[in-house]
Structures are given as C-alpha cells and as structure tokens.
Write a protein that binds this ligand. Structure first.
Ligand code: HEM
Length: 493
C-alpha cells in the first residue's frame, strides 16, 4: 500500500511537473494580443503538423489568418511568431537585421561541425561570413566551372545510357549523386565519382550526416533539454565518426596542397580559403581558425548538396510535364550555346532557363520555412516582438498564395519574366532567403543548375513515362515526392 502511495504520488508530481514545463510559455501570444490556433498542453500546436503535414498545414494556417499581419504558433513549448505580412518580413530580414541576426535551430552543432555558418550566431557569424564571402564572388565562382563541366558530362552520359536502353529514370537519386560530386570537387578538389560509384566513402559519410538518428532528433524536438543532457554526457547527435572523417579529410587536403605547393591552382573551396589565409593581411578580416574551416566545409556539404539536387530534379520533372516550356528552354539553349558547354557569361544570358528554375523553386522551395531569433525587444509595423522570440516566414505558403500567384499549382515560368517579377513584392519569392544572412552559395547553385540543365537539354528531352505521378504529391514532412520523380529521356541529336 505504502509503495502504491509513493508510486502514485511520484507519478502525479511528475505529470504535474511535465505539464508545468510544457505549458510554461503558453499565454505569451495572448499577452501580446496575437491570435493562434487552439493548443494542446503537450504538443502546443505541433499536433497539427502531424495531422496535416508541413506543407498543407502552412497553407491552411496562412489562409485561416489571411487578414492578419502575424499569427502565433506553439512549436511544442516554443512560441514562434509567424510573419505573414511581406513588408514586416522585409524589415526583419533587412532593415532591422541587427536585431534578427540568428537563425532558430532545434539543437546546437557539436565539434568539428560547431563553427559552421548555418548555425553560428551574432558577431561570430558576422566574422566568419565576412571571411568566407569572397570565396563566393562571381570571379571565384567562375573558376569553379571546370568542376561543374566534368560532372555535368558524366550525368549526361548516364542519362544517355538510360535513354538508349529505354530505362525510366527516378530523378532524385541521379541528381543527388551529381550534386554530391560537384560539392566534393568545388569544395575539396576531390573526384569522388558518386555518379559511377555511389558507395564511395565520401558519399556514405555525407549521407550519414544528412540523415541523423530520427529517434534522437524527435526526442530533442519534444524535449530540448535532452540535447543539454547528451552534451553533458559527451554523446553527439550527428554521426561523430562521419564528422571526424570530413575534418580529417579537409586537414589532409590542406596538408597535401601545402606540400605539393599547389595552392592557387585548384580553384575549390579549400584552395580559396588557403589563399584567403595567406593573403588576409587586412586587419578587418581575421583568418579562419581550423575549426571554422572544418565547420564551413561541412556546412557546404549539408547546405549545397540536398538543395541543388532537389531543385535540379524538380525542374527537370516540371519540364518533362510541361513540353511547351521544355521546348522553349531548348530553343534558348540552342540559340545561346549551340552544341558546346556554356561558359560563365553565356549562362548569364539564359533568361528562360532562369525563369524555369525560379518557378520550380517557387513550387518546391528547399528552404520552405525561414526563421530568425529576435535579440532585443523590437516593434515592427506596430507589432511588438519580444527578445528571444523566434519569428518564422512561411515561405511555402507565400509561394502558393493565389493572390500573389494566380493558379498557384501551375508551372508557369512566365511569372518570372522581368515585367511580372518587377510587379511583385520582393519578399514574395524567397528560395534563397533574403538580406545579409541569405544563402551564400546562391551564385554557385544557380551556375551549377544552369550549366547542367544546358548540358542535358542540348542532347536530351525529358518526357513523362509510365511511372510519372503528376501533380506531384509531396511527402508530409519533407520536400520529397512520395512517388518519386520519374521521367524518360528522348534523344534530340
Ligand atoms: C538551389 C540550391 C540552394 C538553395 C535553394 C539554398 C537555400 C538556402 C536558404 C533558404 C538559406 C537560408 C537563408 C536565410 O536564412 O535567409 C541558405 C543558407 C545557406 N546556404 Fe544555401 N541554398 C542552396 C545552395 C547552396 C550551396 C550550393 C551552398 C554552398 C556551397 C549553400 C550554402 C549555404 C550556407 C553556408 C548558408 C548559411 C548562410 C548563413 O547563415 O550565413 N547553399 N540556403
């Protein structure tokens, strides 16, 4: 009996403590006079995401709070202010940037990934961003074209083989292997050749980092305190072995280059960082530490591989499903590039291909929800945003707003001709984010996407096949087509 009382009391106290912990922040939006969906004590509003899936939910909430500038959202126990008003979003990302420098993340990264640009905050982020930015200047990116050309040609060869045997192609995997090869060569000068050998060590370790243990991530999402506990116990969240593999690989590449005196000849990230190290006599830009170099190299793999492969696969799929757009894109390629691989300047003149990529990223933006953290009480357009509040911009819902984009599910690259683009709010299209913390790899990504699209479209036409499922059905939580992105290729020449 006594044991039963002890167990019962402990249970009641534990549930009470859990209830208090989970509901501690509920009430924040009421105090601020901001509407939000009804909450449950444990999930806050997160239960709705499980019910509807990320994408339908974003659209649903956006419609429900149509006339609101902002609305509230409890991501479990964490209040997130959703910014619907595009002028407000612009002020947060640009004008008031200094109060919104940091991005919200579920957990802090562990070494050797700790000092990466994606998750750095405040002045540390500013210093690393300033040191790394020159690596992504137009002139430096231009020199990376050779790496893109080599890998685009391998992709074309693989697609040609599929075309010759009449094989249907699931685009995501094939584009993913291409994007990884480009990151390995533009990042580290490595020819890992995932397109021919998908099981190479670099690819296996990169995929492990990209796919962390789902159970641990879910646990941290429900109870952020779990991360603190794991850190105290020395247990990393991302595969430590994989992170160390990359850190050692980078060190090895740097040492080899120093020994062989090849600095300045390879035109990849490592090369440019080493040159920046040597040249950086300007006191304003301090050198990067080795830990910061590791962090950036890993950030480039994480940020530049899945994103590019998603955009490439969706763009090819949309072109296959919209033959008149594909034909127009091919005409532009023929007129501007003929049969040869395009150089940097030719790529800049491909306006229709650019429109197709933008339309594809509107429909399927890899960064479908963008966040910042408020570091100081701020009032924007009459809305009070308290210190530490996470603010989020519902990119996917904005991109599918019928008032901004009539017939939003239709693939229509003309939405991005110069006239239509100029008539829209600058924050109505946010595939690369906005402001000083927008995607640092945008130029490289666009160059890569355009070069590889030209290479494919010069020789092949993507068309629907028996496995194609269109309209695309997105997975509930990730930007992935549940039935894959299947096409067939027809030879042009
Ligand atoms: C089509 C491909 C890509 C898309 C759609 C994309 C999208 C994004 C988005 C939405 C952000 C957040 C921006 C913000 O918070 O305002 C971001 C940040 C970032 N991206 Fe990309 N990205 C792409 C390719 C790349 C590539 C190729 C690289 C590197 C080689 C890269 C490196 C980064 C880094 C390092 C950040 C963090 C920047 C910072 O916090 O200062 N991205 N990207």
């Amino acid at each position: 009996m006594f044991t039963l009382i002890i167990v019962g009391t402990t249970l009641v106290l534990s549930v009470g403590a859990l209830y208090k912990y989970m509901t501690a922040n509920q009430g924040v939006f009421k105090k601020l006079g901001i509407d939000h969906p009804p909450t449950s004590w444990f999930f806050g509003n997160a239960g709705l995401a499980f019910q509807h899936g990320n994408f339908d939910l974003q659209k649903l909430m956006y419609k429900q709070y149509k006339d609101h500038k902002v609305y509230g959202w409890y991501d479990m126990r964490r209040p997130v202010m959703i910014i619907k008003d595009l002028d407000m979003a612009k002020d947060i990302f640009i004008k008031n940037f200094n109060n919104f420098v940091d991005r919200y993340q579920i957990f802090d990264a562990d070494p050797p990934f700790k000092d990466n640009l994606l998750s750095l905050s405040g002045n540390h982020w500013k210093h690393v961003r300033a040191a790394i930015s020159p690596v992504f200047s137009a002139s430096k990116i231009k020199k990376m074209s050779g790496h893109i050309e080599r890998n685009s040609k391998i992709l074309l060869e693989n697609l040609r083989q599929c075309q010759e045997t009449g094989q249907e192609v699931e685009l995501k995997d094939i584009c993913s292997n291409f994007a990884l090869d480009v990151i390995a060569s533009t990042g580290f000068g490595l020819e890992i050749n995932t397109q021919r050998d998908p099981k190479n060590k670099f690819a296996i370790e990169a995929k492990k980092v990209m796919n962390p243990n789902a159970a641990i991530i879910t646990l941290i999402y429900f109870f952020p305190v779990v991360k603190t506990l794991l850190t105290a116990l020395g247990i990393p969240v991302l595969s430590q072995r994989s992170l160390e593999y990359f850190a050692e690989l980078i060190d090895q590449v740097i040492e080899d280059r120093k020994k062989e005196e090849r600095m300045g000849t390879v035109n990849d990230f490592v090369d440019l960082v080493m040159r920046a190290e040597a040249e950086s006599e300007q006191p304003s830009v301090k050198k990067l530490t080795r830990s910061e170099i590791h962090g950036q190299a890993l950030a480039f793999i994480l940020a530049g591989f899945e994103t590019v492969s998603t955009v490439l696969s969706f763009t090819l799929f949309y072109l296959a499903m919209n033959p008149e757009c594909c034909q127009k894109a091919q005409e532009e390629v023929d007129d501007n590039c003929g049969d040869k691989f395009p150089d940097y300047d030719e790529v800049q003149s491909l306006t229709y291909i650019d429109m197709c990529i933008n339309e594809s990223m509107r429909l399927a933006p890899p960064g479908f929800f963008n966040t910042r953290i408020c570091v100081e009480d701020t009032v924007i357009h009459g809305v009070q945003i308290p210190k530490d509040m996470v603010v989020g911009v519902p990119v996917y819902a904005i991109h599918h707003d019928p008032d901004i984009y009539p017939e939003p599910e239709k693939f229509d690259p003309e939405r991005f001709n110069s006239e239509n683009k100029a008539s829209r709010h600058p924050m109505a299209h946010l595939p690369f984010g906005h402001g000083p913390r927008s995607c640092i790899g945008m130029r490289l990504a666009l160059l890569e996407l355009k070069m590889v699209l030209v290479t494919i479209l010069q020789q092949l036409t993507p068309v629907p096949c028996s496995n194609s499922v269109f309209p695309i059905q997105l997975s509930r939580m990730h930007l992935k087509a549940t039935n894959g992105l299947w096409v067939k290729f027809i030879r042009r020449r």
